[in-house]
Design a protein around this ligand. Structure first.
Ligand SMILES: [Mg+2]
Ligand SMILES: [Zn+2]
Length: 180
């Protein structure tokens, strides 16, 4: 099997409601259209992976164990709805740490590319922050900016060529149109 196209999806504000540093299972809320959009992409032949900045760990707001428990709950809930996330990559560092994995740095995406054998030229990033688009630009994949989470508030930071969608389901439809 050769390299496969993936959709590399941000988590907080893109797939999940984000009141800030979401980490408690009681606060787990998928955004409208998120799970349906992922299923649509999966059925169109894309692999799915999550890339997420989790500076709450580096800032001491929650522990890595809290993150892992929440993430496991998320992955299981998706699996129960027949959506398979093949892998999740997270950056635990604070912005001040100067790591090479906090988006828009490409460390997480490069690891995903190696481990999942991703065809970047046929792959997409979906996210609610300009940093998600910058990540895609640096890595050589395409991107869709969603207006959930921080998306609407920071839309003015985008350049005019950015592709935007209301939510992950709308993004999924655009991706399958562009990939035909
Ligand atoms: Mg986000
Ligand atoms: Zn990092």
């Amino acid at each position: 099997m050769g390299r496969r196209p993936f959709v590399l999806v941000d988590r907080d504000g893109t797939l999940l409601e984000d009141a800030g540093y979401v980490h408690r299972i009681a606060d787990y809320r998928p955004l409208p259209g998120a799970i349906e959009g992922l299923r649509w992409l999966q059925e169109a032949g894309f692999g799915l992976a999550v890339l997420t900045n989790q500076s709450g760990i580096g800032r001491g707001i929650f522990s890595e164990e809290d993150y892992q428990a929440f993430q496991a709950h998320f992955i299981q809930d998706l699996a129960a709805q027949e959506v398979q996330i093949e892998a999740t990559y997270f950056c635990p560092h604070s912005p001040e740490a100067g790591c090479n994995c906090r988006k828009p740095a490409t460390g997480l995406l490069e690891r995903a590319q190696r481990e999942l054998d991703i065809d970047l030229a046929r792959s997409w990033v979906i996210g609610d922050k300009p940093e998600d688009l910058e990540l895609a630009r640096r890595a050589g994949c395409r991107a869709i900016y969603v207006l959930t989470g921080e998306g609407a508030r920071r839309r003015h930071e985008l350049d005019s060529k950015a592709i935007t969608a209301a939510d992950v389901l709308a993004a999924a439809r655009l991706i399958t149109q562009h990939s035909r």
